[in-house]
Ligand binder design. Structure first.
Ligand SMILES: Cc1cc2nc3c(=O)[nH]c(=O)nc-3n(C[C@H](O)[C@H](O)[C@H](O)COP(=O)(O)O)c2cc1C
Length: 386
């Protein structure tokens, strides 16, 4: 089947993956209201059509985090990507590199940072969950420095783990070992089992050699989640700032007060994010929260956004409302599950192609300074759900 958009890719991912993993990607916290809003609020924004402007030469490059990037897109951290496709983190990072964009490795990755660095010369970011055992955070930061990681993304919206009802029903994450029920679910996808399990039981790469965190990915994820430091404050970020000499990004900011604090502690960028609706349910969508945050921080800090990006037009809307770039989450996870590295490349291509064609229809030759022309470029229909 020809793949025309993200819905097609998602459908293919649903066919390939065991249900427990597809629903882990697809699901969100509690009633999934925030996850729905993330997508729906983009649809309330109208782009302005402009005509008879020479758009024959177009440039999709933008600058963020101190460098020129081929596209205003990065691949965000998605845990367990190595379970969606064999060596999934490496495949996603290679697809990102080929497209000229950064890839952010999750703390919950199957591939370790060292392995990933050995497999690609691409630009890597690393996402850190700060644990009660600060020593592990310190070690991971040292590993990231050695692996030539460009930016450390500290996720700040997870003082406690989100409760996702699909995962509860599937028994995912409450498990510490493969139960007969899970084994049966996996056996329904023999191709997946053959590919993923041929290297043995998967582990979280960055925890290898730490038996206290368990010996398989499920056990390690459960222990890691339980060790995330719920007492973490802005002072913890100041501690990380001292340890990490390169770009520091705080991921999971949803209001202007926290954005201003991020400026105060010396972060280089924030990601306006609600974790794809996987944490606080009934929170605002990210696109609705973006303009107020961007207006509050001005040029004091760079603003990125994730949540609900499924189309090139979503990227244009985010840029016009004040983001320097966006991170993909589920979009590329579906691509990875559907067709490995090719699937991720196809997702990036789908979004970039739409972005390119739509910007031309808006009379734009480049993506710079869009926010200063916000009123000219788009109109928000009705109330966004903030
Ligand atoms: C399957 C899955 C796993 C994720 N794992 C992580 C993670 O390990 N660390 C993190 O900071 N965010 C994680 N996220 C959140 C994403 O980085 C991102 O914020 C979110 O997916 C954006 O929303 P979208 O999926 O609608 O694009 C995960 C998201 C998904 C869907």
């Amino acid at each position: 089947m020809a793949v025309a958009n993200l819905d097609d890719v998602r459908a293919m991912a649903a066919r390939r993956l065991p249900k427990v993993f597809f629903e882990y990607i697809d699901g969100a916290a509690f009633s999934e209201e925030t996850a729905r809003r993330n997508v729906a609020d983009f649809r309330r924004i109208e782009l302005q059509q402009r005509v008879l402007i020479d758009v024959s030469r177009r440039d999709l490059q933008v600058d963020y985090l101190g460098r020129r990037r081929a596209l205003p897109i990065a691949l965000g951290p998605v845990g367990f990507s190595g379970l969606f496709s064999e060596r999934g983190e490496i495949k996603a990072a290679r697809a990102a590199h080929a497209a000229g964009i950064p890839y952010c490795l999750s703390s919950f990755a199957i591939t370790s940072l060292e392995e990933l660095r050995a497999a690609t010369r691409g630009t890597l970011w690393f996402q850190l969950y700060v644990l009660r055992e600060r020593e592990l955070a310190r070690r991971m930061i040292e590993t990231a420095i050695a692996a030539d990681v460009e930016a450390l993304c500290v996720t700040v919206d997870t003082p406690v783990g989100g409760l996702r009802e699909k995962d509860v029903r599937n028994g995912f994450r409450s498990l510490t070992k493969v139960t007969p029920r899970l084994a049966l679910a996996l056996a329904r996808k023999p191709m997946w089992c053959a590919r993923i399990l041929r290297h043995g039981i998967p582990e979280i790469g960055n925890l290898a050699g730490l038996p206290e965190y368990g010996s398989n990915a499920l056990e390690q994820a459960a222990r890691l989640a339980a060790h995330i430091d719920a007492s973490m404050t802005w002072e913890s970020i100041a501690w990380i700032r001292k340890l990490w000499p390169r770009k520091l990004v705080l991921k999971g900011i949803l209001n202007a007060i926290d954005a201003s604090e991020a400026v105060r502690v010396g972060a280089d960028a924030i990601v306006v994010s609600n974790h794809g609706g996987r944490q606080l349910d009934c929170a605002s969508s990210t696109i609705a929260a973006l303009p107020r945050i961007a207006d509050a921080v001005g040029s004091d800090i760079e603003v990125l956004l994730d949540g609900g990006i499924r189309r090139g037009s979503d990227v244009l809307k985010a840029l016009a409302l004040g983001a320097r770039g966006v991170l993909l989450g589920r979009a590329y996870a579906y691509g990875l599950a559907a067709d490995g590295e090719r699937g991720v490349a196809r997702v990036i291509e789908l979004i970039a192609t739409e972005l390119d064609l739509q910007m031309a229809q808006m009379g734009l030759c480049h993506l710079r300074d869009m926010a200063s022309r916000r009123d000219e470029l788009l109109r928000v229909r009705g109330d966004v759900s903030a």
